[in-house]
Design a protein around this ligand. Structure first.
Ligand SMILES: [Cu+2]
Length: 386
């Protein structure tokens, strides 16, 4: 048993009655454990380990919703191992699927680790480090059982499953609890070492939005992770933008919208470097929702920005109306640390017209479809939009 015990200076010694109750509670636990073992055998304890009876944060009586999430190995990027989370094994990607919650909601996510053990073994930095994948989240509430760390034992060996419980605690003006609404992210915390550094750099991360009733609903949301080696979503240069001119498919490497659509970005900093997130032709309110609330006067206290600093682990949201006043076009989105953008940390928000077409004459300038990859990225950097 742990020797941890915080004794406040000058506090009264424990009351005998409390001790008796505590001992009674322990005895009950022992009895319950014996009964459990007798009735269902060791399988019951295995179920407990996988989170079937996972503890839940205060205020989260039972899950309102359940999600199945898969961690899989994806095709290598050169020699670099790639892993991804997906709502199905076939749709796994990096970043992983966007998670959306509403304040007050309790979400149970069952993570199935389908990453081969040999892959995890090759990524680990110490032969004694356990092999597994986990789910660790920022911003919302969870207990130790859902922390997704080695030290709490809340990770998933290859072939296994485990349920993590997230609670989007609502604000409470009486107690001063600020609530959890905002832009967050989730990631592995176990692959490679105790901080999941190799899991993160392999692709195990994704965005989380927690909304309040009345928050503006976007037409599209893109997760944009700025990371090491001048990467956007772990890609550089032309690899950041695989949009095709005909029927572009929105995704991690194709940021596309129609004019007038409300586009939301979940911006996340991963890795070791500082970055700045800059979007051409568009600006947003530096508030919790990324907009100035409807009906709220445009106050000077609300900063309107088009560039924001991002440190490792930081996340924020930006909402813009695509092409508002500026029209369709290939609007650059890049890190404004110059040597980062010069090295390929730059992509495009392709804004089509209301009918979903790019007006003639706008296509050749930026090599949007990645036809002239490295050159396009370097060339695009020279274009002046402002
Ligand atoms: Cu940067």
């Amino acid at each position: 048993m742990s020797a941890w015990r915080l004794v406040e200076e000058g506090s009264a010694p424990p009351q005998p009655r409390t001790e008796r109750t505590r001992t009674g509670g322990r005895r009950m636990l022992v009895v319950a454990a014996v009964v459990l073992l007798t009735l269902v055998g060791a399988g019951g304890l295995a179920a407990a380990r996988t989170g079937m009876f996972a503890e839940r944060p205060d205020g989260c009586a039972r899950p309102d919703r359940t999600i199945q999430l898969y961690a899989v190995e994806l095709p290598k990027d050169g020699t670099q191992v790639r892993l991804g989370y997906g709502l199905t094994p076939q749709t796994a990607s990096y970043p992983g699927p966007l998670m959306e919650m509403t304040e007050g909601e309790c979400l149970a996510i069952t993570l199935h680790n389908q990453v081969p053990e040999a892959t995890l073994a090759a990524l680990r930095t110490s032969p004694t480090h356990p092999l597994g994948v986990s789910l660790h989240v920022h911003g919302v509430k969870y207990t130790q059982d859902s922390d997704g760390t080695v030290q709490s034992g809340s990770y998933v060996p290859s072939g296994g499953s485990r349920t993590y419980t997230w609670y989007a605690q609502p604000r409470n003006n009486r107690t001063g609890t600020p609530g959890t609404a905002g832009y967050w992210w989730y990631h592995d915390h176990v692959v490679g070492g105790p901080h999941g550094t190799q899991g993160l750099s392999s692709g195990l991360f994704g965005g989380l939005v927690v909304r309040r009733a009345g928050d503006p609903k976007p037409d599209r949301t893109y997760t944009v992770a700025f990371g090491d080696r001048q990467s956007i979503n772990l890609r550089r240069g032309e690899a950041t933008d695989t949009c095709t001119e005909v029927n572009p498919q929105p995704g991690p490497t194709c940021l596309v919208a129609r004019k007038g659509e409300r586009v939301e970005f979940v911006v996340v900093g991963i890795g070791n470097d500082m970055h700045t997130f800059h979007l051409h032709g568009h600006s947003w309110a530096d508030t919790r929702t990324g907009v100035v609330s409807n009906g709220q006067p445009f106050a000077d206290q609300v900063p309107i920005i088009d560039n924001k600093t991002l440190g490792p682990g930081d996340s924020f949201g930006a909402q813009v109306t695509a092409g508002d006043s500026v029209g369709p076009g290939h609007w650059m989105l890049h890190c404004h640390m110059q040597f980062h953008s010069d090295a390929g940390m730059s992509t495009m928000l392709h804004v089509l017209d209301e009918n979903g077409n790019m007006p003639p004459g706008m296509d050749h300038e930026h090599g949007a479809a990645g036809a002239a990859p490295a050159a396009a990225a370097a060339d695009a950097g020279a274009h002046q939009h402002d």
